[in-house]
Ligand binder design. Structure first.
Ligand SMILES: Nc1ncnc2c1ncn2[C@@H]1O[C@H](COP(=O)(O)OP(=O)(O)OP(=O)(O)O)[C@@H](O)[C@H]1O
Ligand SMILES: [Mg+2]
Length: 273
């Protein structure tokens, strides 16, 4: 805090202001996006920050990993077919490109302490027809949530990134690509990297998961051409907590420490240190 010279009273110091971070967690199916998201959310909330957790997975289960009461958690917005059609104003091939969504957070957000959760879900593309109109509603809602000035946002994404649209991913501050030490996950990371390059995204990082040893980290580094910002070990406790359906926070101390380190690095990149 700086001091006002004549009175000695404190002045707000812009250097002390914590800027909210919008973080997207992406990567190949099953690499640990939701697991790592859950730890990041709990870490931020444990630091007294307000966190908005957005589950954009077509089979959402972040609520369970965070220990929300299932009875409290609304159905995913993406499954509200009637609502999405009404908002999209679909009329044959025409639909509203900028549908009204401002009232939806009030209906679909659930809170638990410092954590707010929005279960967005994702539209499962069937054989017939395009879901462009419904996706326009989801995208508008997501873009509005990402504008929230006072909350950190952790966006747990569907495998791949294109479905949300390029504008959405570009609206986040940091993109974390979760990678495991096997080729399939590295190939997906390469696709994400190329998309991020097209979008001129500056803060794109690899996070190594299910790491057994230093050779795993070296493999990821060599194959992605990026040094992982953090690495998470292979954890029986995390696996067991998921199996039992218990909240992940507190299940594994080493995992939680990795999440702390990752948040500290992101804070630094974000200018919050
Ligand atoms: N480091 C780890 N150690 C042990 N188990 C892990 C680890 N990371 C993830 N898992 C387990 O792997 C499974 C998949 O993890 P998770 O659901 O987080 O992946 P995901 O990328 O979100 O998957 P999806 O693409 O289906 O959304 C879960 O059962 C989880 O408990
Ligand atoms: Mg997931």
């Amino acid at each position: 805090m700086r001091r006002r010279p004549e009175t000695g009273r404190s002045l707000p110091d812009s250097r002390c202001r914590v800027k909210a971070m919008k973080i997207a967690v992406c990567g190949k199916g099953g690499v640990g996006k939701s697991t790592i998201s859950a730890f990041l959310i709990s870490t931020l909330a444990g630091r007294g920050r307000k966190v908005l957790a957005i589950d954009a997975d077509p089979s959402p289960h972040l609520a369970r990993l965070l220990g929300f009461n299932p009875e409290q958690v609304p159905e995913p917005v993406a499954s509200m077919t009637g609502l999405l059609q009404e908002r999209s104003g679909r009329d044959g091939p025409f639909y509203n490109m900028n549908p009204r969504v401002s009232d939806l957070p009030e209906k679909f957000l659930v809170k638990n302490g410092n954590i707010s959760l929005m279960v967005l879900g994702a539209i499962q593309q069937g054989g017939a027809g395009c879901a462009c109109a419904e996706n326009a509603v989801l995208r508008n809602l997501l873009n509005m949530l990402l504008l929230s000035p006072d909350e950190d946002v952790i966006l747990d994404m569907e495998a791949g990134v294109e479905h949300l649209g390029r504008g959405t991913i570009a609206a986040t501050d940091h993109i974390l690509m979760v990678v495991q030490p096997y080729r399939g996950s590295i190939e997906t990371a390469a696709k994400i990297k190329s998309l991020a390059k097209d979008l001129d995204i500056k803060s794109l990082h690899v996070v190594a998961n299910n790491v057994h040893d230093q050779e795993d980290i070296r493999f990821i580094q060599r194959e992605t051409g990026m040094t992982p910002l953090a690495s998470f070990c292979s954890s029986d406790s995390v696996r067991m907590a998921e199996r039992d359906g218990s909240p992940l926070a507190g299940s594994d101390r080493a995992f939680a420490e990795s999440a702390e380190k990752l948040i500290a690095k992101l804070e630094k990149l974000h200018g919050n240190d």
